[in-house]
Design a protein around this ligand. Structure first.
Ligand code: 5SP
Ligand code: FE2
Length: 221
């Protein structure tokens, strides 16, 4: 099964409630929320109060992608704000294993993300601990960037390892996912697809979601 998670980064922040409702009604499975601190990545977005506000407008799981340094400081706040999944970057955690278990102890799904320049081996030792690995398919910080094809190799490698130690591991991809790239990442082993520009950049969100989903699903057949 493919999980489709529109990224709110490309939504109209001044009309977030309506944007959330529209993608929910259009068939989204999760909502992806990008948190940036202006240090780990060169952009600043939003914090727990916005996640809390969004959670009151949706029944969809909130998939919180923390692009922040020392994420352990804020995990409790994002959990309280209504996150269902919290993903931290391997590059941002000195004690990655501890942070993952901090998330799981709060009853949430725990994810670990890696940048395009980080090898798959950075997540190898925590594959049994996490619920999800997020392979960044662009350099994090901004929406609307072009998909980096070399990341496909990494998705394949992680799926191969997961088949041995954690067969139901979710592999999420984020950045430049659209109708053309969805089949490539699904063939490589991804099953959670984040899409910002490809959903919010089109006026017909239902058609956008449907075209990504059908491209992704056909790849599986
Ligand atoms: O985490 C990020 C960017 O750092 C993403 O979640 C983007 O929001 C994806 O946007 P598109 O590439 O799909 O437009
Ligand atoms: Fe993201």
């Amino acid at each position: 099964m493919i999980i489709l998670a529109p990224s709110l980064l490309s939504a109209d922040f001044a009309a977030l409630g309506a944007e959330v409702k529209e993608v929910q009604d259009s068939g989204a499975d999760w909502l992806h929320v990008d948190v940036m601190d202006g240090r780990f990545v060169p952009n600043i977005t939003l914090g727990p109060p916005i996640v809390d506000a969004v959670s009151k407008h949706t029944s969809l799981p909130l998939d919180v992608h923390l692009m922040i340094e020392n994420p352990e400081r804020y995990i409790g706040d994002f959990a309280k704000a209504g996150a269902a999944v919290i993903t931290v970057h391997a590059e941002a955690c000195v004690h990655l294993h501890r942070v993952i278990h901090q998330i799981k102890e709060l009853g949430l799904k725990a994810g670990v993300a890696i940048n395009p320049g980080t090898p798959a081996s950075a997540v190898r030792e925590v594959l049994e601990d996490v619920d999800l690995v997020l392979v960044m398919t662009v350099n994090p910080g901004f929406g609307g960037q072009a998909f980096i094809p070399s990341t496909l190799r990494k998705i394949r490698q992680i799926r191969e390892w997961a088949n041995e130690v954690h067969p139901d591991l979710l592999i999420e991809v984020d950045g430049g996912i659209a109708e053309a790239t969805a089949p490539l990442v699904v063939e490589a082993g991804a099953n959670v697809l984040v899409a910002g520009n490809a959903v919010f950049g089109r006026s017909d969100r239902a058609a956008a979601i449907e075209s990504i989903r059908s491209a992704a699903t056909q790849a599986k057949l």
